[in-house]
Design a protein around this ligand. Sequence first.
Ligand SMILES: [Zn+2]
Length: 328
Amino acid sequence: MPGRHTPGLHPLGHGAYAWLARTGSWGWSNAGLIVDGDTSLLVDTLFDLELTDTMLRSMRAVEPAARQIDTLVNTHANGDHCHGNELVTGAEIIASGAAASEMAELPPEAMAALLDAAPGLGDVGAYFQHCFGQFRFHGIKPRSPDRTFDSELQVQVGDKAVQLIEVGPAHTRGDVLVYSPSDRVVFTGDILFIESTPVMWQGPVANWIRACERIEDMDVDLIVPGHGPITDKHGVVHVRRYLQYVRDEARARYDAGMDAFEAARDIELREYSAWSDPERIAVNVDSLYREFTGAEAATDLWELFSRMAALAGYGTADSARPPNLRLP
Ligand SMILES: [Zn+2]
């Protein structure tokens, strides 16, 4: 088996595969394939059509059952896990109800427009290009799930019973784990970022911690994260401890009267500073503050990207907001 960091298709045993992106940073997501006989289930598509096409060709080259994917599961609504859906023709697409409704909110055209505008948007525009400039969002036709579920759903892949387990809201509103007990593998979507910093768009953090504990209790050998190398339960424990640490540090600063961005700048990242994209602490603390205050409305994405840009060294956090772009 290739090393756990090697990009491309990784056989994980009898009829299970991981597709690993070349990095774990912004938009570079992993995916998975489960087959039995001539039946196949794909876990997630990728951020653009070219990346998804390359992945599907690679899967079809080694696995005849991947020529016609029967079921596609989108683990959540972020575009790096569903923008390639239109290429998986003929598959039934399944997601949680919460993920399906979230998918419509930041369509690929909005990403394309924002990237087109980015060169005129100062430091935040430059940061946005750093995060997303390597992807092609023009011409993507979003394809929504055909079937949704809440809580849990079992899907048959030949003789394998694959469990879809909704653990969100956490990273997003409708996060799902794809667990194949007969392969002793779980595909976690963005409940796990390995060697890159988790980003909590939604919360509550307790759900995410519980999701980690649920994975820690599973009878599995291999764990495929949404971003980063294939891992085991030690990797899950690191993610859980990051979440617990940031929760406690943010709470102490909230109680001391700091605002969310001040707190994000003030928290010492210790060993977690070795992970890529540490500036995501700005989003994580903001989401935690929403929990602490009971606020309903999310801080808008432009503001969050402004804060991350500042932490990542792209100038100050006060770039002008683009006048003609609407973000959720
Ligand atoms: Zn992702």
